[in-house]
Design a protein around this ligand. Sequence first.
Ligand code: NAP
Length: 278
Amino acid sequence: MKLGLLGKNIGYSLSPLLHRTLGQLSEIDISYDLIDFATIDLKDGQSYMDYCLDNRYDGLNVTIPLKLEMRSFLEETSIEVSKIGAVNTLNLQEQKIQGYNTDFFALKRLIKEKLGPFKPGDQFLIAGAGGFAKAAAYALGEVDELEVFVVNRTFEKAIELADELSDFGIEANAIDQRILYSANTYVDGLMNATPIGMGESLEMPFDIRLIKEAKWAIESIYTPQNTMFLNTAIQSNCKYISGLEILFHQGCSSFEIWTGREINREKAWQAFNQALQF
Ligand code: NAP
């Protein structure tokens, strides 16, 4: 089975390692290529789609900056992609190009398994308003009791996302970054859906006081696995979801879509962590 990741500057990605591990566990012969915008000279989304079809890929993951653009090539759109507007998994094996958003599946599953219990009026603050923040906002929005707040470098995008969520009946508001530093601000849950804290950076997306007072934390970054934000949240006894767990579960769901095989997540998580040691 010929699989790959489509995106730009994706040399850091752990998806090839994850999918090879899942292939071994399922005894399915797979290849998983990095199809990198930065190294393959193609001009737009259409050229990428043509390249993947010409090279007979069976399935693709899609990441920055193509998650929104690739949606226009879908011939069958899942419910979550219609809502979120971003696609991260393409299935090219059927007559029609099918698209899914397995980031959403991963977050829904992990929120249920690892956070909560929730009660009416609990508040969750998301930093970021890009493709991943959207998937997260819809997943959090499906927890009935939660009220979602969005903060973003470009405030207009935070307003746009909050308006979109409200149109779907999710209680959501955009808030100005300056409010995060006010002593009166408190939220139950925090999610980082920006690159703040990636690589060597010790920056955090939220004020330390907010993190120390929160009950739940979600980190999207997985390089490094323990960002300053995640470490601080763990030290403050928050229940948390790590970027690596999100990567793992979105990858398992993509793999299940492509192969039709169910993954034993516990066994696969152990195997993936072992593979990471080498
Ligand atoms: P995106 O669509 O490009 O959105 C990026 C968001 O981050 C935007 O809201 C942007 O604000 C904000 N941002 C970017 N640079 C910033 C900076 N220096 N300071 C403050 N805000 C900044 O990207 P995405 O797909 O949503 O991804 C967001 C994060 O999630 C990334 O770190 C990505 O690695 C991670 N992610 C993880 C997984 C996983 O499996 N663990 C999966 C997908 C994504 P503006 O609107 O102002 O530009």
